[in-house]
Design a protein around this ligand. Structure first.
Ligand SMILES: [Zn+2]
Ligand SMILES: [Zn+2]
Length: 749
């Protein structure tokens, strides 16, 4: 399928009898932005290498760490012109074969340089040629240490803290340092007393505490768990459960027997959902060795988790999208929670969809994969329709709470001054008076998206992104949410000849809602949860704690409050400004909006008390609201799908996007004009090229952005066209133009 590029995987490399150590060459994926591989002579000494091991080579005068794709290949040029590889870095491949094959497949599917794909899939240290760490020494309690009452150590608080931490789990020094940063002396003291001892080696053998039992399952949950447990080999499931239906219990019960069997489980969650509460729940219920992997980890931690997973010591690997690349010694099950969440799509570099790769990986590993959501992606629903995924429904909430009642507040002709309409304010007041909590949802940070001068029409634009700076009243600044550019709020209109001191805001942000609330219900205790108020480490946890303990009466939040958190006392949810999502140019906007509202609605009425949701809108007749009020995601999805089918959009028609960015609009445009010519020159039947056109966000961080859409009715012609196009794009002289190819883009911005 890919004529512009030689590709070779473990499938293609010749057997040992054909391999000729003298004439054969190493075919190496080098991490450079080129869609081809490079031949090297095997190194003069050391191991000869095999597919999947790293190799140090010189590439255009620079030392690089590449990965061998094939050995013993016949050189394509005179071998006297080939360089010798410097050294093969390990004897055994870093990846188990199915994962290595998945990575090679991903390079083809996303039409991305294979050397970069392999580098992305490794922790940074390894990608740069460093060595995998050896297993850490673990400290644990001796039988004598287990008898000690920590109260005896009242006057040695660090020793006490270490002893208490080790009572739960054997831990490495790196892990213990989070308990007591200055740990050498107390550790030594405890060891001298014979209470603790350390040894190198496997962690699995030393796991001995008993998992906590879960709540009893309802019949729907039981049926779902049974179906997953009975699955043999590759089988994708879609667990479609209304919010509060106990999806996580289903995962936990499905995971347990996999661990009992000694196999490992990979769990992917959205970025925002990876909270300490979630991890604590997994630890408590499964008592497993957890390896947690996400992009914010320090490099050492990431590497340690990756290694623990690869060696089979971590029983459950839980992480955000990039965790899909974690090698597992004994994979048994993959779980993707909130599978519809946009954060599974990587938007830079290798633009992969983590959920899709999770399914592709499970297929190669020959194991079941569970996707879960209250509002599944339309992609997954089509896979159910086509019989590729098996659907498991959880239509009921656990416990006694029913689904919240959803009502609309018609804003036409009403003043929702400061974001809160009089009827919503009234309900807020009543809710708080009953001793219950309310949650106000608005997915926009800051005070207002625009600061403007009513006299002359001035607004402050971002000089790099050509869009208004958001007004942040609390920090007294204007801030670009795209690039971070900021400046102080001017005391008066800066337009020459104007100088009007009465600048006004337009539009609504969470800060403003907080102010409005303060004005109308000053006695109410409120807490705002957004990126601005949770910047400090631990701040989000502190706020969630404040809410859970009932100290906050009204919560105001962006999408950060939507996911995974349990707010059992919340009985009223206000959705303040959904209207921009109703008429967005992005074809996924309505799907996202519906998913988001249902998810935030799910925060209401989880305990004994019924919940209410109030949606403020200027468009109460919009077709989205009927199914929303009925909590009827399936009919919404059916209607949305029929529109997508009619419009020739995903998930029915596959889509790819060539994006170009340049300092001058003409340059980006010219690159895409050439790209279009090249694409047309391929003559692939059934493929349509749309554009080039300016991107909806036309300027960002000082660069003009344009895009060319490529669609087809079916996947195979699209991929044939992209395979032909990618190497030609590389050949276009593109000085000053940054371009990318995005297969299955998450949005068109
Ligand atoms: Zn002015
Ligand atoms: Zn900007």
């Amino acid at each position: 399928m890919n004529d512009g590029r030689r590709h070779a995987g473990p499938d293609h490399h010749p057997g040992p009898s054909e391999a000729d150590a003298v004439s054969g060459v190493l075919r190496v994926a080098v991490p450079v932005p080129l869609r081809r591989v490079f031949d090297y002579l095997p190194p003069a000494e050391g191991p000869e290498g095999q597919p999947g091991v790293r190799v140090r080579v010189t590439f255009r005068g620079r030392r690089r760490t590449g990965v061998i794709l094939a050995t013993g290949a016949a050189p394509e040029v005179d071998s006297s012109r080939l360089r010798r590889a410097e050294a093969v870095l390990e004897e055994e491949p870093l990846w188990p074969t199915p994962l290595f094959q998945l990575l090679l497949w991903a390079a083809e599917y996303y039409h991305h340089p294979v050397g970069e794909v392999l580098a992305v899939a490794l922790p940074g240290t390894l990608a740069r040629g460093g060595l995998p760490p050896s297993p850490p020494r673990l400290w644990r309690l001796t039988p004598e240490g287990a008898e000690v009452d920590p109260a005896e150590l009242a006057r040695a608080p660090r020793q006490r803290a270490l002893l208490q931490a080790l009572a739960r789990d054997p831990l490495s020094e790196a892990e213990l340092r989070t308990v007591a940063p200055e740990l050498q002396r107390p550790l030594k003291r405890l060891a001298e007393r014979g209470w603790i001892a350390s040894q190198a080696g496997s962690r699995v053998a030393v796991s001995d505490h008993e998992p906590e039992a879960g709540p009893p399952l309802n019949p729907d949950q039981e049926a779902a768990v049974a179906a997953i447990r009975e699955a043999e080999g590759f089988q994708p499931f879609l667990v479609e459960g209304v919010t509060g239906s106990g999806k996580t219990e289903v995962y936990l019960e499905a995971i347990q027997p996999v661990l009992d069997q000694g196999d490992q489980v990979l769990v992917l969650v959205p970025e925002i959902a990876l909270t300490p509460q979630l991890l604590a729940r997994f630890r408590r219920r499964l008592a497993p060795r957890l390896a947690v992997l996400h992009s914010a980890l320090a490099e050492g931690e990431r590497l340690a988790g990756w290694e623990a997973a690869r060696r089979g010591e971590a029983q459950v690997v839980i992480g955000t999208r990039s965790a899909v690349f974690t090698p597992l010694a004994r994979p048994g099950l993959v779980v993707v929670d909130e599978e519809h969440d946009p954060s599974f799509k990587q938007q830079e570099g290798l633009r992969y969809q983590g959920r899709d790769l999770a399914v592709a990986r499970a297929r190669r590993e020959g194991i079941p994969v569970v996707l879960g959501s209250a509002t599944p992606s339309l992609e997954s629903l089509v896979n159910v329709e086509a019989g590729r995924y098996r659907r498991l429904r959880l239509p009921r909430r656990t416990g006694s709470a029913g689904l919240p009642e959803v009502g609309l507040i018609d804003l036409r002709g009403k003043a929702a001054e400061g974001g809160l309409s009089p009827p919503l304010l009234q309900e807020l007041r009543e809710t708080v008076e009953r001793g219950e909590q309310a949650l106000l949802f608005l997915n926009r940070r800051g005070y207002a998206p625009v600061l403007l001068c009513p006299a002359c029409g001035w607004t402050q634009q971002c000089p790099h992104c050509d869009r208004p700076l958001t007004y942040h009243q609390r920090r007294w600044m204007l801030l670009c949410h795209l690039c971070g550019h900021n400046r102080a709020v001017p005391p008066q209109c800066p337009e020459s000849g104007c100088g009007n001191p009465d600048l006004q805001t337009a539009g609504l942000g969470v800060e403003q809602v907080e102010r409005t609330l303060e004005r109308h219900l000053p006695e109410v205790r409120r807490v705002r949860v957004d990126r601005d108020t949770t910047r400090r480490k631990g701040a989000l946890e502190a706020k969630l704690e404040e809410i859970a303990a009932g100290r906050a009466q009204v919560v105001i939040g962006t999408q950060m409050v939507v996911k995974g958190h349990h707010f059992p006392e919340v009985t009223l949810v206000g959705v303040l400004d959904p209207d921009s999502g109703l008429y967005s140019p992005d074809f996924r906007a309505r799907e996202r909006l519906f998913q988001q509202i249902l998810q935030v609605a799910g925060r209401a009425g989880r305990a004994e008390r019924p919940g209410r949701v109030r949606v403020q809108t200027h468009h109460p007749d919009h077709s989205l609201f009927g199914p929303l009020r009925a909590h009827d995601y399936p009919s919404f999805a059916a209607e949305e799908l029929s529109e997508r089918r009619a419009a020739g959009l995903p998930p029915y028609a596959p889509l790819a996007l060539v994006r170009a960015e340049a300092a001058e609009a003409d340059e980006a445009r010219a690159f895409l004009d050439r790209a279009r010519e090249q694409g047309e020159g391929l003559g692939t039947a059934g493929v349509r090229l749309l554009g080039p056109a300016p991107a909806p966000v036309e300027r960002q961080q000082g660069l003009y952005r344009a895009q060319l859409l490529i669609t087809a009715e079916r996947r195979s012609p699209l991929h044939r066209a992209l395979a032909g196009l990618a190497p030609r794009l590389e050949a276009i002289p593109d000085e000053g133009v940054r371009w990318s190819l995005d297969v299955d883009p998450g949005d068109l911005f």
